[in-house]
Design a protein around this ligand. Structure first.
Ligand code: C2O
Ligand code: CU
Length: 516
C-alpha cells in the first residue's frame, strides 16, 4: 500500500518556509515513493495479465458540417464493458464505451461536439489540453442535466445549466497534439471518470503530416488507467454518496487518492499488442485518478523510448528516455522501433512505481518480423516552438498545494482555501505572461485550463527530461517547488486550475482562473 497511511513522515522543513509557516502538518513520501493515494483491492480474482488483445477505441466520424465546423454527436449513457472474463462491467461511457470514441480533428478547423446526457447524473465535458473559449471549456458548474430533468439542479452554484443536450464548440486553434476529453462536474469528477467518462481527442496539422512519423495502424493511443472490481464485475470506488448526487469525496482511508489493483490500457486489463519489427508511435495518456507510473520497456536497449510530443504537441526535437514518469492527465508521445528486438520476443511495458507484480506491469508487445517502413524520427520535429524566458513574464505568483484534516472532513487546499465557484483566485490579464511558483506537500499533478505552459525549474535545478515542450499538467513532487511560465492568450473568461489527482480535485483542490 502506498500513500499517506504508510508514511507518516513529518518533513516540513523540506517544503520551505512558505508552506511550513501555515502551521499545517506536512506529509511527504519516502524517497522514491511513487503515488499519493491508497490501494483499493478488487474483490474477485484478478484477470490473467497479457491474455487479452489490446483494443483501439473507435474513431468517431463527423455527422455533418455546420458552417466551417465538423459536427460530432455523442450520447453519454450506461454501457456494459467486456473487461473481465465471464462477467460484464457496467460503465458510464461516451456512446456507452470505455474509453469513449476517439475524435480526430485538424488544427484550424473548428469542431462542435453535441453531447446528449442519458446518464442518471448531471455531467460536464472538458476537452483537456484544449485552447477553448470559456463557455465551452466545461466549467465545473456548467452542468448538462440528464435529458427529461426539470430544469434547476438542486446544487445550484450559478453555472450555465442545460438540459439533455448541448454543443461544445472548439476552435482547434492549436497545433497537433494528444488531447483527451473527460467529465468535469464539480465534486464528482473522480467517480465519473473512474466509471468510464474519458476519451481521446487527437489533433493533427500540416507540420506533423509532413514528418515521416509512424501513422495509421502504427499510431497507437494508449489510455492507461487503474481500476478495482467487485465480485460481480462492477467497478469498486469508495464514494461517500452512492448516487453521486449527495456528499462529494471518498471514504477514509482513500482521501489521498484511489489506486486500483488492475491496470487497464484502452479498457483492457494488461493487454497484449502484436507489433511488426518497425517504428510505432505510442501516445501514452495517464487517465488514472491518482496513480503515477514510471514506464519502461523490459527488456530494452538504452534510450528505447524516443519522446516526440508532450501535452501540448510536438517537441522541437526528440528526447530519448530509458523510463518515463507519468502523472495523472499527462501525455507523452513516444516512438519505439521494435526492429531493435528479435522477432518472437515479448517486450513488457512495466511500471517501476507499482506496488506488486500486478500494478508493476502495464501491457505487453509481441514483436513480429521486421518490415520495411519509411517511418523514422527526424532530428527536427516542430519548428513552431518559442522558448519563453523569465523576462517575458510580468507577474509571479506563489501557490501552495496541501491537505488539511479538520476533524473528520478532509480537504485539499490551494493557498489554504478550498474551491469556491464564486471566488476569483487568480486573475491574469489577457495577453500577459506569468510565472507561477508551485509547491505541494504530496504529489499533486497541477493542471491549468486554457493555456499551455513551459517548465522553468524544479527544486534548485532545471526541468526534467519529460518536462520539455508545452505542458498543461505538471507532475509536482512532494516538497519540491517548481516554476512554470504561462501565457494567457486569445480567450478571456472564467476557467479553473486544479490538482488532477481527481480525489484531491473533488475534495476542493481547485481555483478559479479568471482571465480579463
Ligand atoms: Cu483533465 Cu480540469 O481537467
Ligand atoms: Cu493533489
Amino acid at each position: 500500500m502506498t500513500g499517506v497511511s504508510r508514511r507518516h513522515l513529518l518533513v516540513g522543513a523540506a517544503i520551505g518556509a512558505g508552506a511550513a509557516g501555515l502551521g499545517v502538518p506536512l506529509l511527504t513520501g519516502l524517497a522514491g515513493s511513487s503515488s499519493t493515494g491508497t490501494l483499493l483491492r478488487s474483490r474477485r480474482p484478478l484477470p490473467r495479465p497479457f491474455s487479452r488483445r489490446l483494443t483501439i477505441p473507435a474513431e468517431l466520424a463527423p455527422v455533418r458540417r455546420e458552417g466551417e465546423a465538423d459536427v460530432y454527436e455523442i450520447e453519454q449513457r450506461v454501457g456494459r464493458a467486456d473487461i473481465l472474463d465471464g462477467v460484464g462491467t457496467p460503465i458510464w461511457g461516451y456512446n456507452g464505451t470505455f474509453p469513449g470514441p476517439t475524435i480526430r480533428s485538424r488544427s484550424g478547423r473548428p469542431v462542435v461536439v453535441y453531447h446528449r446526457n442519458a446518464l442518471p447524473v448531471p455531467t460536464v465535458v472538458h476537452l483537456h489540453g484544449g485552447h477553448t473559449p470559456a463557455e465551452h471549456d466545461g466549467y465545473p458548474t456548467d452542468l448538462l442535466l440528464p435529458e427529461g430533468s426539470a430544469g434547476q439542479h438542486p446544487a445550484g452554484h450559478g453555472g450555465a445549466v442545460t438540459v439533455g443536450r448541448r454543443g461544445y464548440a472548439y476552435p482547434m486553434n492549436q497545433p497537433a497534439a494528444t488531447l483527451w476529453y473527460h467529465d468535469h462536474r464539480m465534486d464528482f469528477t473522480g467517480p465519473a471518470v473512474w466509471r468510464g467518462l474519458a476519451g481521446f481527442h487527437l489533433v493533427g496539422d500540416a507540420e506533423e503530416e509532413a514528418l515521416p512519423l509512424p501513422r495509421g495502424q502504427r499510431d497507437l493511443p494508449l489510455m492507461i488507467a487503474d481500476r478495482a472490481f467487485d465480485q460481480d464485475g462492477t467497478l469498486r470506488y469508495p464514494s461517500r454518496s452512492d448516487d453521486l448526487l449527495g456528499s462529494p469525496g471518498v471514504h477514509p482511508p482513500y482521501q489521498a487518492g484511489v489506486l486500483g489493483d488492475v491496470i487497464l490500457v484502452n479498457g483492457q486489463p494488461w493487454p497484449t499488442a502484436e507489433v511488426a519489427g518497425t517504428h510505432y508511435r505510442l501516445r501514452l495518456l495517464n487517465a488514472s485518478n491518482a496513480r503515477r507510473y514510471r514506464l519502461r520497456l523490459d527488456p530494452a536497449p538504452p534510450g528505447a523510448l524516443v519522446q516526440i510530443g508532450s501535452d501540448g504537441g510536438l517537441l522541437p526535437g526528440p528526447v530519448r528516455h530509458d523510463s518515463i514518469d507519468l502523472a495523472p492527465a499527462e501525455r507523452v508521445d513516444v516512438v519505439v522501433d521494435f526492429a531493435r528486438w528479435r522477432p518472437g520476443q515479448h517486450v513488457t511495458l512495466v511500471n517501476d512505481f507499482g506496488e506488486d507484480a500486478g500494478t508493476g506491469r502495464v501491457m505487453r508487445f509481441e514483436v513480429g518480423d521486421a518490415v520495411a517502413d519509411p517511418a523514422r524520427v527526424p532530428a527536427r520535429l516542430s519548428a513552431d516552438h518559442r522558448t519563453l524566458r523569465r523576462a517575458d513574464a510580468t507577474r509571479t505568483r506563489s501557490l501552495v498545494f496541501q491537505s488539511r484534516d479538520t476533524g473528520g472532513a478532509h480537504h485539499w487546499l490551494i493557498n489554504g482555501r478550498p474551491f469556491h465557484p464564486e471566488r476569483v483566485d487568480v486573475a491574469p490579464r489577457l495577453g500577459s505572461v506569468e510565472i507561477w511558483r508551485l509547491v505541494g506537500d504530496l504529489h499533486h499533478p497541477i493542471h491549468l485550463h486554457l493555456s499551455h505552459f513551459q517548465v522553468l525549474s524544479r527544486g534548485t535545478g532545471g526541468p526534467r527530461g519529460t518536462d520539455a515542450g508545452w505542458k498543461d499538467t505538471l507532475d509536482l513532487l512532494p516538497g519540491e517547488p517548481a516554476e512554470i511560465i504561462v501565457p494567457f492568450a486569445d480567450y478571456p473568461g472564467r476557467y479553473v486550475f486544479h490538482c488532477h489527482n481527481l480525489e484531491h480535485e473533488d475534495m476542493m483542490m481547485m481555483g478559479n482562473l479568471t482571465v480579463g
